[in-house]
Ligand binder design. Structure first.
Ligand SMILES: Cc1ncc(COP(=O)(O)O)c(C=O)c1O
Length: 459
């Protein structure tokens, strides 16, 4: 009886969802073909839905870094909710959670970054930075500096301005948007696909110098900023060659172009340092943070700016004409503070650098001997497994064959969530992942690759 009830309830929820819920980044045909999969519970590294328990090697969307189901975060939310469920931060008002959170972010950030603006999503943090870039140059009496250089295959969000920075053409075309004269795209530092005969280091320099070419083409007096994700997640977790970021920084400084790093995914430890700026050895002028700030227990993001940028923006003694109703929300700030405390108390960032990161690298790198794997790119606990048809020429299977999706599906039926992105499988597991769970990930990936490889062999 009880089981029937649960099934009835599931069917009812699915029917409601199909009738009324417009899903993000979802093919409506998929929803017409099958009801939505209902995730009902999550704990540690595992999510459970429809009586199926799955190891979530994506930590949701690369965000639940401290793992699911932490009672201390629930308690922090409940306490803050009872004490101060809401107040705004406009017109010089603050609260006992937003102030210490801003200070904590400044403490953790590279020492030259000490001012924080709060928003609700990664898109809003980047949108805020786009506006602050413009404001900065206007306040420096250089209003012609408007052009933002982004990169092919970039992903910075879903608002209109951030969409224009993205490298996904469909996201722009579907909404009748045009990239226009204020955005230009440089090449992605994707050595495996674009590096040709160059060594990774040579290609890293060449990719950075494409940014310089774009600056010179537009005229440095017209270029405001370069925006880039330290690791391009939506390109299949592309980890740039070590030569890339220091050269990008050198070029930005040389041409007086602001360097903006989108650390929405990499911020708060994913690469084994608190911020990927430290991992890759560069200093940005501005940084976007989101997912790992609260481990996505509640929506909160931050736009962090350098002391020099803050001085220009605040020095004008004019109102900052920007903000959201829930900027600096006390409850989300309380949860983010508690999340950072968990990262600190449990030494989770050091653990990635010294222990699980190297182990994760070792296990995933061992897959490079598989005939379907061209390269396993790993940095900390972020990885992309690039698929290949012919290793010698690095040609890939046509994307229409959906090889990556088939492998993702073969992982799913074995109890593992990974994310097929284009021609790569992306993994971003929670920071609390154990060696045994990493072994499980490696074994399942190998079996799933074998399955699909065998099917391809049989035609
Ligand atoms: C690098 C990067 N920037 C920005 C965003 C947008 O963040 P949000 O979905 O919170 O708006 C994402 C989301 O995945 C991202 O990966």
């Amino acid at each position: 009886m009880a089981d029937n009830k649960a099934e009835d309830n599931l069917a009812q929820l699915q029917a409601l969802d199909r009738a009324h819920h417009l899903h993000p980044f979802t093919d409506p045909n998929a929803l017409r073909a099958a009801p939505p999969f209902m995730i009902e519970h999550a704990e540690g590294c595992y999510v459970t839905g429809q009586n199926i328990r799955l190891l979530d090697a994506m930590a949701g969307l690369g965000c639940v870094n401290i793992g699911y189901g932490r009672k201390e975060l629930a308690a922090a939310a409940a306490d803050a909710m009872e004490r101060l469920c809401y107040y705004h931060s406009f017109a010089a008002v603050s609260n006992p959670y937003a102030a210490p959170l801003a200070a904590k972010i400044a403490e953790k950030s590279p020492s030259h970054m000490n001012k924080v603006f709060f928003a609700n999503s990664g898109s809003e943090a980047n949108e805020t930075l786009i506006k602050l870039v413009r404001l900065y140059w206007r306040r420096k009496n250089k209003p012609s500096k408007k052009i933002i250089i982004s990169r092919d295959y970039a992903y910075h969000g879903s608002t209109i301005a951030t969409t224009l920075l993205n490298g996904n053409k469909a996201m722009i075309d579907d909404f009748g948007l045009e990239v226009g004269k204020d955005v230009t795209h440089a090449t992605a530092p994707f050595w495996y696909r674009l590096g040709g005969d160059m060594s990774p280091e040579e290609f890293g320099l060449a990719a950075a110098r494409d940014i310089e070419a774009k600056i010179l083409e537009a005229g440095a007096d017209n270029v405001a900023a370069f925006f880039g994700e330290p690791i391009q997640g939506t390109l299949g977790a592309v980890v740039p060659p070590a030569s890339y970021w220091p050269e990008v920084e050198r070029i930005c400084r040389k041409h007086d172009v602001l360097l903006v790093t989108d650390e929405v995914v990499t911020g708060f430890g994913r690469t084994g340092h608190w911020f990927a700026q430290e991992t890759f050895g560069f200093k940005a002028d501005m940084m976007a943070l989101a997912k790992g700030l609260s481990s996505a227990y509640l929506p909160i993001s931050a736009a962090v700016i350098s002391d020099e940028v803050a001085e220009v923006i605040e020095g004008a003694e004019a109102v900052l004409q920007h903000g959201f109703t829930t900027t600096g929300h006390p409850v989300t700030a309380a949860v983010a503070l508690r999340n950072i405390q968990v990262l600190e108390d449990e030494g989770l960032v050091d653990r990635i650098r010294d222990d699980v990161g190297p182990y994760f690298t070792k296990i995933l790198k061992s897959l490079e001997s598989h005939p379907l794997v061209g390269e396993a790119r790993v940095c900390g606990l972020m990885a992309g497994i690039e698929l290949v048809r012919d290793k010698a020429t690095r040609t890939q299977y046509p994307l229409e064959l959906g090889i990556c999706e088939h492998i993702g599906q073969a992982c799913l039926v074995r109890g593992l969530i990974v994310r097929p992105v284009g021609n790569a499988l992306v993994l971003c597991p929670p920071f609390i992942i154990s060696h045994a769970e990493i072994d499980f990930i490696g074994n399942v990936l190998k079996e799933a690759l074998d399955d699909v490889h065998n099917a391809l062999q049989q035609g």
